[in-house]
Design a protein around this ligand. Structure first.
Ligand code: 93A
Length: 541
């Protein structure tokens, strides 16, 4: 029996070629007004839908294909004798392929001057109905809603004018996803236009079950962002190791954010633990950067996630010999380094993730709260201004180090403090950090500064030249006097400056903006500390 294809498309890309392929494969083509005219112009033999339905297209095209002769031909179950008989009795013949794409609703409402009337006329009713009927009967009907799929169907067409079940089911799911998305766009537009309500729908797919959630008794799933582009975990290729856990996803994200924010042209390494960068450094080589990042917090680095912005090389892989880390994320792995790392441990997860230099695909970030969803734009940028507010100058030569210090601060949970050190000209390391404290002075006085001192002790103890040149206290004093301390938000009181000064820190960055700024500046001046206000807060909760 002659096979029949129904074609009705707004986007007419590639449709003539596809129709010709169908004709070659013995299909009869049925089509709607505009599509039919185009195909006829291309010399293709086409039947108009009105010839099948016995009704003209009417009401400005609002009713073209909405007819039992069309939908019966799509929906009847071929193997059901009752359906077959009812089709015969009513002069309904099977339609085997449907190629439909919809009125451009999203494109229409993207125009800020769109009228309600225009938007409504662009709500396709017949098209989604054709697609849904065909997709519902996907075992017998091949349905195409995206011109990109013409080739796949053409390639698979067999002598019976059929394609594989596998392709048909994929195309059917694609249809329902597409019409859901289409209806969602209509809902979003009309809710706002008619009811003044905003609607947010996010699309995530996959639903990969994870071994457990944040803790063992919690269940967890990972959904891919359907619209995700740019560097993101969904684009990562796992080359080795056991599957990622819930916490791994979170830590990898933090690592990625930190390196993206740092945006250094130099080899850079971040070491993340519990959603905070505990080690961060740039270096002349990846190996140097790794060593400096590790020195930032050797204790926390145990069981950490390491993310780098260069191909992971053998020199750096050798450094991991006696170190336990969970994951390495890199834009690539040197083949020899990959072998070494694979042999190191079964569990070590190696992820290849390219595009660090690309912008993030999504402009927004979300946080679920009980009963709602918070949306905000990404925290892009570092400083809004560079105001040296104290008598003591803040040399311009410390700007690179200051940028490093603040970008580290941005990815550390508030109240965050970072202490950054230029350990070699142009090479920076995070020497100490304070994270997640409900007050800022603890972040400085109990965490960042003591940690920086401890780290310097380890560096001092293994360096004989340093030991013969000065005492440990002299070394700390010298290093601290060169460091930059950054704070993610303003100092509500002058105590943070007092604490920093007690540890010997001389250069401080803060967004400023407190009602007690004058008091803070006065204290800094009294202590001879140099203070810059950057004007941009970087809370991260
Ligand atoms: O106005 S409709 O909702 N009513 C219909 O019965 C109908 N059937 C197909 N829109 C309808 N279509 C749509 O027409 C298709 O989805 C396609 O986008 C468009 C193709 O029209 P033409 O072939 O006249 O260019």
């Amino acid at each position: 029996m002659t096979k029949r294809a129904l074609i009705s498309v707004s986007d007419k890309t590639g449709i003539a070629e596809f129709a010709k392929t169908l004709i070659k494969n013995g299909f009869e083509i049925i089509s709607t007004g505009g599509t039919s005219a185009l195909l006829k112009k291309e010399g293709i033999d086409v039947k108009d839908v009105s010839d099948i339905t016995g009704f003209p297209e009417m009401m400005d095209g609002r009713v073209k294909t909405l007819h039992p002769k069309v939908h019966g031909g799509l929906l009847y179950l071929r193997e059901n004798p009752d359906h077959v008989k009812q089709a015969e009795d009513n002069g309904i013949t099977a339609i085997d392929i449907v190629a439909v794409n919809l009125y451009p609703f999203k494109e229409t409402v993207a125009n800020p001057n769109v009228t309600l009337e225009d938007a409504i006329e662009n709500i396709d009713i017949g098209g989604p109905t054709l697609l849904r009927s065909a997709a519902k009967n996907f075992a017998s009907v091949t349905v195409i809603c995206d011109p990109a799929d013409y080739v796949a169907v053409a390639n698979e067409l067999n002598q019976d004018g059929d394609v594989s079940y596998d392709l048909k089911k994929k195309l059917a799911v694609k249809v329902f996803r597409h019409t859901a998305d289409y209806d969602s766009a209509v809902d979003t537009f009309l809710s706002k236009a008619l009811l003044g309500e905003k609607v947010k729908r996010l699309s995530f797919v996959g639903g990969e079950k994870l071994r457990y959630g944040e803790n063992w008794h919690q269940e967890a799933t990972f959904y891919k962002d359907l619209n995700g582009s740019g560097p993101n975990i969904s684009n990562a290729k796992q080359l080795h190791g056991k599957e990622l856990s819930y916490n791994n996803y979170i830590d990898i994200d933090n690592a990625l954010l930190t390196l993206k924010d740092l945006n250094s042209k130099d080899p850079s390494v971040v070491i993340v633990k519990h959603n905070n960068p505990c080690g961060l450094a740039t270096g002349k080589t990846l190996k140097d950067a790794f060593l400096a990042a590790w020195d930032g917090d050797p204790i926390s680095a145990f069981g950490s996630i390491v993310c780098v912005n260069r191909v992971f090389d053998v020199e750096t892989a050798k450094l991991l010999d006696k170190k336990f880390i969970e994951i390495i994320v890199a834009p690539g792995f040197d083949p020899a380094a990959l072998e070494m790392l694979k042999n190191k441990s079964e569990g070590l997860r190696l992820l290849e993730l390219e595009g660090f230099d690309q912008p993030f695909g999504s402009e927004f970030v979300y946080k679920h709260v009980t009963g709602g969803l918070l949306e905000q734009t990404r925290d892009i940028g570092l400083f809004e201004k560079w105001d040296v507010v104290t008598k003591a100058q803040f040399p311009d030569s410390k700007k690179g180090l200051s940028e490093f210090a603040m970008s580290a601060c941005k990815c550390i949970k508030s109240n965050s403090i970072s202490i950054a050190y230029e350990y070699e000209p142009g090479c920076y390391m995070l020497l100490g950090m304070g994270a997640g404290q409900p007050n800022r002075v603890d972040s400085i006085g109990k965490l960042a500064a003591p940690k920086a001192r401890n780290n310097l002790k380890e560096i001092y103890d293994r360096n004989e030249a340093l030991q013969s040149a000065m005492t440990y206290e002299e070394y700390v004093t010298q290093v601290f006097s060169e460091c930059v301390m950054a704070s993610d938000a303003f100092f509500p009181f002058d105590d943070s400056v007092v604490y920093a000064n007690e540890f010997g820190l001389r250069y401080i960055l803060s967004p400023g903006g407190s009602i007690r700024d004058a008091e803070v500046i006065e204290t800094a001046d009294r202590l001879g500390v140099s203070l810059v206000f950057t004007g941009m807060r970087h809370f991260l909760h």
